[in-house]
Ligand binder design. Structure first.
Ligand SMILES: NC(=O)C1=CN([C@@H]2O[C@H](COP(=O)(O)OP(=O)(O)OC[C@H]3O[C@@H](n4cnc5c(N)ncnc54)[C@H](OP(=O)(O)O)[C@@H]3O)[C@@H](O)[C@H]2O)C=CC1
Ligand SMILES: O=C(O)CCC(=O)C(=O)O
Length: 476
């Protein structure tokens, strides 16, 4: 049985939940203890008490702990990748790559702990020196979703610790296994007790309890728009710092002059890999009218040929959907799209696997318009709409006509159009001849409009959220 890590000890025995493999519903990945409200309280207390000392820890101490975690994640990526694939349904190569990404993130932020800098600025008054420094926030509450069970925790926990904060971490209830494995490595990394705490369980119990606690200074959350907005309201009343990464309805624009193979690769990778369960997925494919029919026909043929199956099967390209409710959501949206007048060219159905699981064939909804619900709401599955554009200007206008603004992309051979698109698209990230999903680990990640709130995650920009600035004036 896998317990919670609170104040430097493994605790909890009651309220055990089973972690079920979405590729094989008979496979129990493990048993994990859900934290009680008292245990959440204990985790917050431990973090709050550990913080004064940890905030004064040396960059070397922080480097050593984070580097230890990164090294072990990289060394165990095959084993932990298998665990991740079993609990979330990502294919084994995708899962191993995600564990490696988590390891690289810990290594990156180990280095960042050594690179914390400030400014020395001449005062406008004589004899005074001004220093601007970055200080840790205190206790940071971390709430993560199920679709990246180890990379998203890594890119929140590693910077929080690197910049001297203490952590209370609540992973998604659906995928506690990778989070527990990460916490187990962190528990051996040399951090003093209470600096890092794991509290598994339902968001409505565990997450809600620490958001209200005045000792938690900041909350970083990735997940759905509705939950994110609720957390923001709750936390803002207590004047907490909040960072939200929410949904996307990411456009991939394909112009007549695009290299067709590149465009197809970008569309299939971006829309369907990782079973489309990425906030960066290319869920709206906007195609210029000159190549619309050829592109759409080829896309449908290639999508229909994708091999859906057990995440651990070497032959599988698309793993199962994460759970029954997500599967139902995908099926519902395919029906909604058809009812709205989009044409289902392939997929959109449940499939029988060799084992009982949540198998769903990737769906292409062609002749869609941008005002259909399937083009406006996040489906979070392997379902893409294909929308026809009259020309580049029309495609750009369609791409920007959304409440979201996370990722975006264009496939074109025109440097002029690519340059214009990069400037004019209203999104936090944009890609030229590269899929909208699958980002680097050392550069900023985040969106505009309804997709994000607060400073960027990842790369050195992460310090904007995880530190607070102090200005000191000294007269010698
Ligand atoms: N932008 C993104 O990366 C993601 C977007 N989504 C979108 O969200 C939809 C639903 O997915 P779902 O997993 O339910 O997303 P949620 O937003 O409900 O869950 C994200 C995290 O928030 C926690 N949580 C839920 N309610 C609360 C609360 N009241 N207080 C504090 N924490 C809370 C969850 O816990 P628990 O696990 O117990 O629910 C989970 O850890 C998807 O279909 C997709 O559209 C989902 C995942 C990632
Ligand atoms: O596309 C990626 O690499 C990251 C996607 C992501 O963070 C998400 O879906 O939550």
């Amino acid at each position: 049985m896998h317990k919670n890590w609170i104040a430097g000890e493994w605790v909890g025995a009651s309220n055990v939940q089973q972690n079920i493999n979405p590729s094989d519903l008979n496979d129990v990945v493990g048993e994990y203890v859900r934290a009680s409200a008292d245990e959440v309280e204990a985790a917050v207390s431990a973090a709050y008490q550990a913080w004064p000392n940890w905030s004064l820890s040396t960059p070397q101490q922080r480097f050593d702990a984070l580097d230890f975690v990164g090294t072990e994640l990289l060394a165990r990526k095959a084993e932990l990748g298998e665990l991740l694939a079993r609990e979330e349904g990502k294919t084994l190569p995708e899962a191993i790559a995600e564990v490696a990404r988590a390891g690289q993130i810990f290594k990156f932020f180990a280095g960042e702990a050594l690179r914390i800098t400030g400014d020395a600025i001449a005062s406008v008054r004589p004899g005074i020196q001004v220093e601007v420094t970055r200080e840790p926030l205190g206790v940071v509450g971390i709430i993560t979703p199920w679709n990246f069970p180890i990379a998203i925790p890594a890119w929140k926990i590693a910077p929080a610790l690197a910049y001297g904060n203490c952590v209370v971490f609540k992973p998604a209830d659906l995928v506690p296994g990778s989070a527990w494995a990460l916490a187990e490595i962190i528990s051996r990394s040399g951090l003093p007790g209470g600096v890092f705490n794991l509290v598994m369980g339902r968001g409505s119990v565990v997450g809600a309890a620490f958001i209200d606690d005045p000792r938690v200074t900041a909350i970083t959350f990735t997940g759905s728009v509705g939950t994110g907005h609720g957390i923001l309201q709750q936390a803002a009343q207590k004047q907490k710092k909040v960072q939200l990464e929410l949904g996307g309805k990411n456009p991939l624009v394909i112009l007549d002059d695009a290299d067709l193979e590149t465009a197809l690769d970008c569309a299939i990778q971006g829309a369907f890999y990782s079973t489309g369960q990425r906030c960066t997925a290319s869920s709206r494919i906007i195609v210029e009218k000159g190549i619309y029919d050829q592109f759409t026909d080829t896309l449908a043929k290639r999508t229909a040929a994708l091999r859906v199956g057990h995440a651990l099967d070497a032959n599988t390209q698309i793993g199962p959907v994460a759970d029954a409710s997500q599967l139902q959501q995908d099926l519902d949206y395919v029906k909604i799209g058809q009812d709205e007048g989009a044409q289902l060219l392939c997929g959109g159905q449940t499939l029988e696997g060799k084992t009982p699981g949540y198998y769903f064939s990737p769906a292409v909804l062609a002749h869609a318009t941008n005002n259909m619900r399937v083009s406006r709401e996040e489906i979070f599955g392997p379902v893409a709409t294909v929308i026809k554009a009259d020309d580049y200007d029309h495609a750009l206008a369609l791409a920007n006509d959304t409440e979201f603004g996370l990722s975006s992309g264009i496939c074109t051979q025109s440097l002029k159009r690519a340059t214009h698109f990069k400037r004019a698209i209203q999104a936090g990230m944009t890609m030229v001849n590269v899929p909208t999903a699958g980002v680097d680990y050392h550069v900023p990640f985040g969106g505009r409009k309804g997709s994000s709130y607060g400073p960027r995650e990842q790369g050195r920009y992460a310090q904007e959220f995880f530190t607070i600035v102090k200005t000191a004036y000294t007269k010698a």
